[in-house]
Design a protein around this ligand. Sequence first.
Ligand SMILES: [Zn+2]
Ligand SMILES: [Zn+2]
Length: 329
Amino acid sequence: MFTPLDRIFSIIAGWIDQNAILPILYHFGWMEWEELSFDWMLICVYGVFALLVTYAICWPLEALRPIERWSSRKAVLPDIFYTVLARVGVLPIVSFLVFYQVQVWVNGFVVDHGYIPPMLETLIPPLLGHPVLTFLAYALILDCSDYWRHRLSHSFRGWYALHALHHAQRQMSFWSDDRNHLLDDLIGALWFGVVALAIGIPPLQFPLLLMFMRFVESLSHANVRLSFGWLGDRLLVSPRFHRIHHGLLAAGRVSCNYGAVFPIWDMIFGTADFSDAWPATGDRNAPEAMVSGGYLAQQWGGLTHAWGQMRAGHAKRKAARRQARPLSS
Ligand SMILES: [Zn+2]
Ligand SMILES: [Zn+2]
């Protein structure tokens, strides 16, 4: 389902590809990337557009109805860097280079061994001929799998220590959505890859709808006193709903409101909290480097924190085993 906007994006991406990317590829003799370079550009163009729209909507909201007023916004700067890196910068290109190749290889391997990745329409025949419903079904399934990835990331010491980078931010804003540890991102990409293999993800069929879902995720982190009302809060994740997940008391291994786009999974699996609360955000156990350090300090802080947490967990299990042992020896 391509709109006129999609066509404009293709034209812009094609122009940049022809005039800026291909000459570089030819110059260095990297012709094997020629076919993919247009796709990278398209992702970057969508990324820039999504960023502009997100900024144009979220910035005025944060200015008009802020939950917190900050004297300095310095702590927000690394989050802007994370966002640019994730949406328009290096990460989409790296994931294309690595992930796309791996996916082609894995897909080829499983097909060679007799496994045909199913299409949702063949699994649920009534969806045939209803592309928007099919997209919604894909979105719900992906969101459900993301709910469990997120919930599990809160359940294991080492994994949560990485995810704590996302929670450490005390000045949460619409820029905070992509504030993640690289290893946590990698686990997320692998998780997505497995689900994609199980249900078959159609190639970027609905880029604008996908962009809308990412927008909901950005908005849910905004420093804005905004809920979508009783029903709306139960249909889409609102800033109020996700802020409770980021609240100081909810940070850590027992939390609530794990859903990224649809609250329905929290409602079904008993983790929804629709209280009318606007708690302060952050994670008191995260080392200061993960809170106020620069990008590299945060990434390194995440690694050492995860290592420390895994060692602490190991020592605790050992002590518990020792205690459980009979006293005869
Ligand atoms: Zn979380
Ligand atoms: Zn979040």
